[in-house]
Design a protein around this ligand. Structure first.
Ligand code: NAP
Length: 344
């Protein structure tokens, strides 16, 4: 089975990751790429400043970039992946869903909307059923599904694994790679020999998105989890891979060994891009590390290590590749689940 897919904002940093991940994909055939009016009409090779460390796939370089407008995308494209700046996405994604397209989006707009599924397939795939309500309320033939922020995706699979012990409170401090800010997001003068102890809006995203992801869908709405999440987000001079120090307080007492077992038991899915296991557990205290561990499972695994007992709960370090598991790979996995569940 081959499904024609397209990318909205395919020339950017996340768009390039999509192109890398679609190359050789068993189900998806890349049929359309859109970008800004400056890029529309040019060949992809001409329009994109390619910054991925593998070449542009041959079949993609000659594709003509289209305008980001539903009238410019062929009707036989079944599924769209969006990596547009959030302001633009807020404007155009509804135009595509209204025109009947199913959109798996990485942009931050509408993630917290009551009728928009915010999904990590291994954690809350059942939230896709919100699409029925979304279609009823908005009169759309298509659908809009979001993946969370890259720092949230790194942590939430580990929290979901610990929730069997009753999550009460979570503290997290992040060490986030520069690629998370996009190519021109942080200048070299700002980040070399430095750490920036603030990332605008990131802390509140981690706090609110986590509760929605860990919530339960009762058939009509998402009941958000009542766990308290406090986040402190830092930009550090690594290229890719967000490392996070997490303290999780649970109702039931648990040992580091219980926590490691829970991480190892995290559910996995039968989807082309779903890693097995979902969480790679290191016994070592000095792992995971961004440079060594960000490409585990093709960049789709979450790595955990340094699990220990502290007065503030179980403490551990977790890591994921921010532009793969945290961005393009996250939307891709949501797209694979949308197909498996019959929404596409
Ligand atoms: P980016 O490199 O700036 O790419 C933006 C893309 O959107 C480009 O294809 C650009 O086309 C297109 N675009 C810009 N303005 C447009 C307009 N007016 N109309 C149509 N298309 C337009 O950004 P990015 O880093 O890939 O991030 C994309 C989205 O993913 C953002 O919402 C970001 O917050 C989110 N995100 C990023 C990361 C990450 O690690 N970078 C992680 C999670 C989420 P041109 O090339 O023609 O300008």
């Amino acid at each position: 089975m081959s499904i024609d897919v397209g990318i909205l904002g395919g020339t950017g940093a996340v768009g390039q990751r999509f192109i890398q991940l679609f190359d050789g994909h068993p189900e998806f055939e890349l049929a359309a790429i859109t970008a800004s009016d400056d890029s529309a009409g040019k060949s992809y090779r001409e329009a994109a400043k390619w910054r991925i460390d593998s070449p542009i796939p041959d079949a993609v370089g000659d594709i003509t970039v289209r305008a980001t407008d539903p009238r410019d995308v062929p009707d036989d494209v079944d599924l769209l992946f969006s990596s547009l700046p959030s302001g633009i996405a807020a404007e155009v994604e509804p135009q595509f869903t209204e025109a009947g397209y199913v959109v798996s989006s990485n942009s931050s707009n509408a993630r917290m909307a009551d009728d928009v599924p915010l999904v990590i397939p291994e954690v809350n795939g059942d939230h896709l059923d919100l699409i029925e309500i979304q279609r009823d309320e908005r009169g759309w033939d298509g659908a809009l599904v979001k993946n969370p922020n890259c720092s949230t995706i790194t942590m939430v699979p580990t929290l979901a694994a610990l929730d069997r012990f009753g999550l009460n409170r979570v503290h997290v401090a992040t060490l986030q790679a520069v690629s998370g800010a996009g190519y021109s997001g942080v200048t070299s003068m700002e980040i070399i020999d430095n750490v920036i102890p603030h990332i605008g809006g990131e802390e509140s995203k981690m706090e609110t998105e986590s509760r929605k992801l860990l919530g339960t869908f009762d058939g009509s709405e998402i009941d958000h989890h009542d766990v308290d999440v406090s986040a402190s987000c830092n930009r550090v001079p690594t290229l890719d891979g967000h490392l996070e120090n997490v303290w999780a307080e649970t109702a039931e007492t648990l040992t580091p060994s219980d926590a490691r077992d829970a991480f190892r038991d995290a559910p996995t899915l039968d989807l082309p891009s779903a890693p097995v296991p979902l969480i790679e557990v290191f016994e070592d205290d000095d792992r995971p590390q961004p440079r060594l561990d960000r490409t585990l499972g093709g960049g789709m695994q979450v790595a955990v290590g340094g699990v220990q007992d502290t007065p503030a709960g179980i403490q551990y370090n977790c890591l994921a590749h921010n532009t793969i598991r945290g961005a393009a790979g996250a939307s891709l996995l949501n797209g694979e689940l949308l197909v498996q569940e019959g929404w596409v």
